[in-house]
Design a protein around this ligand. Structure first.
Ligand code: ZN
Length: 492
């Protein structure tokens, strides 16, 4: 296979030509959600970013195994090593089984992903389903001398590791910085050094999520799951590991340390991270009152939102920025994205209706090649969208009667939209796709028929019938617009 895709590797800090370890197979692991609350905007960006990567790799002809995990244990209140388990806490407060909480929010996450047109991964492993694999990982690290047991818990020996391998490669931190920035928290007296992190934690008596192990009744440290499950499903060495930039430190830094300490070398070839989302210039947080769930975006039910925004507006908004750039959500920006999405869809609908001429009066740009170049340049989705808008200008020109296109050129444009807008960017045509699995063609023909009857009524100066058809279609949710050669309509 010809290699053309360049991706930015967080580890080497440069764009690198993507070459899979075992062509045509690609192994890709992305840190999924911790399922103790409703999915929010912070979940949308990594899921959409890596969905586009997944789609594009498949478009290039790779056979992709995409693993995105569900964190359902070990994510503690204060940091990786201290406090109550977040899922167990929710279960206690709501008098539910922890697995009920995890299942409930996993379902909510799946619903949101479906709405955003994010494809399901190939494998979605749960941390609680892989306790044995995590225990094996901990034992290997112990056997290799990079961990120690203390009072039933097992900690990673960061200082020892740093001497042999250098800790902090991914985040660019050195050990002294990390030591200076660590807070003193629970369990510090069990640790040799405050920078050490838990691989296995002995459960306190009140801790309900616990498993037997050779060290204690307890639970794995948060960082273990991704190393253990990535290795189980993708092998000792795999291509891509992704997630949000907030995971670079400590989560992914600790994953690298665990991999090297257990198997002697690094597991991951390319590390990829999407940038974060702010809301009106501020970091999102429950205490700031700007924490907006995806459902609230979709219903408009939040005091910061002027209106509801469809999932496709949210997806389009995210794709209009490069994944490594910051994105700030505001009503104005979302409304602009909503308009942009509508303009793009109008272009697509007009393209579907264009009448071919014997010859094109203009030379069509190679939009597909421009889209491919943009995607190959570290997934520049913003550039793909800009290119498709250029194509929309041509479509409008032809639609307005100011240019002509041959059938071949029309078909080329259709194929470009189908490939890049729908297959690769994963944008969905909401006007066409609200009734999944239902053939909408007969309904479209019926609306066209009504509008033709209205045109005939107008020609016969039967204004009453003409207005009746327009008003009733309007009430039913159709926007009707008269044009030079007839009419255009869409569902509001
Ligand atoms: Zn992870």
């Amino acid at each position: 296979m010809e290699h053309k895709l360049f991706i930015y590797n967080t580890l080497t800090r440069r764009k690198e030509l993507f070459k899979p370890l075992q062509e045509p197979n690609v192994g890709m692991y992305v840190c999924g959600p911790t399922v103790y609350g409703d999915p929010h905007l912070g979940h949308a960006r990594p899921s959409i970013t890596f969905d586009v990567l997944f789609r594009y790799l498949k478009h290039l002809g790779y056979k992709v195994r995409y693993v995105r995990n569900i964190t359902d244990v070990g994510h503690l209140e204060h940091d990786a090593d201290a406090g109550e388990d977040k899922i167990a806490k929710k279960a206690r407060l709501e008098q539910l089984e922890p697995m009920e909480v995890a299942q409930f929010y996993t379902n909510r996450y799946h619903d949101a992903m479906r709405a955003l047109n994010v494809l399901p991964p190939s494998i979605e492993p749960h941390a609680t389903g892989h306790i044995i694999e995590q225990e094996q990982l901990v034992q290997e690290i112990l056997d290799n001398g990079y961990a120690y047991e203390s009072n039933g818990s097992v900690y990673f020996d960061v200082e020892k590791y740093n001497k042999d391998h250098k800790y902090g490669k991914l985040s660019g931190r050195n050990l002294e910085d990390v030591i200076n920035n660590s807070r003193t928290l629970d369990g510090v007296d069990e640790k040799r050094n405050q920078v050490d992190f838990a691989l296995w934690k002995k459960a306190q008596p009140e801790h309900i999520m616990r498993w037997p192990s050779r060290w204690s009744q307890g639970f794995p440290g948060w960082h273990c799951e991704c190393t253990a499950m990535g290795r189980k499903y993708l092998g000792n060495h795999f291509d891509i590991h992704g997630g949000g930039m907030d995971l670079v430190f400590p989560h992914h830094e600790c994953e690298i340390a665990q991999a090297v300490a257990s198997q002697g070398d690094e597991m991951v070839h390319y590390w990829m991270h999407n940038n974060m989302i702010t809301i009106n210039g501020q970091k999102m947080g429950k205490s700031l009152g700007n924490f907006i769930t995806l459902e609230q975006f979709f219903t408009g039910n939040h005091k910061l939102l002027d209106q509801a925004y469809t999932p496709m507006t949210v997806r389009f908004f995210i794709l209009q920025a490069h994944y490594r750039g910051t994105v700030d959500f505001s009503n104005a920006a979302l409304q602009a994205a909503e308009k942009a999405y509508e303009r793009m869809m109008d272009g697509w609908h007009r393209l579907a209706e264009l009448k071919a001429a014997d010859a094109s009066s203009i030379k069509l740009d190679d939009y597909a090649a421009r889209c491919a170049d943009a995607m190959n340049d570290d997934l520049n989705t913003a550039q793909v969208i800009a290119t498709l808008f250029d194509a929309c200008k041509v479509i409008n020109q032809v639609n307005d009667g100011n240019a002509t296109l041959s059938q071949e050129d029309i078909d080329t444009l259709k194929a470009t939209f189908q490939t890049y807008l729908f297959d690769v960017l994963g944008v969905r045509d909401d006007a066409a796709g609200t009734s999944e699995g239902v053939n909408l063609e007969p309904y479209k023909k019926a609306v066209d028929l009504l509008l033709e009857m209205r045109r005939n009524a107008k020609a016969a100066k039967d204004w009453a019938t003409s207005d009746l058809i327009r008003d009733r279609l309007n009430e039913a949710g159709f926007d009707v617009k008269d044009t030079k050669d007839g009419f255009e309509w869409k569902v509001r």
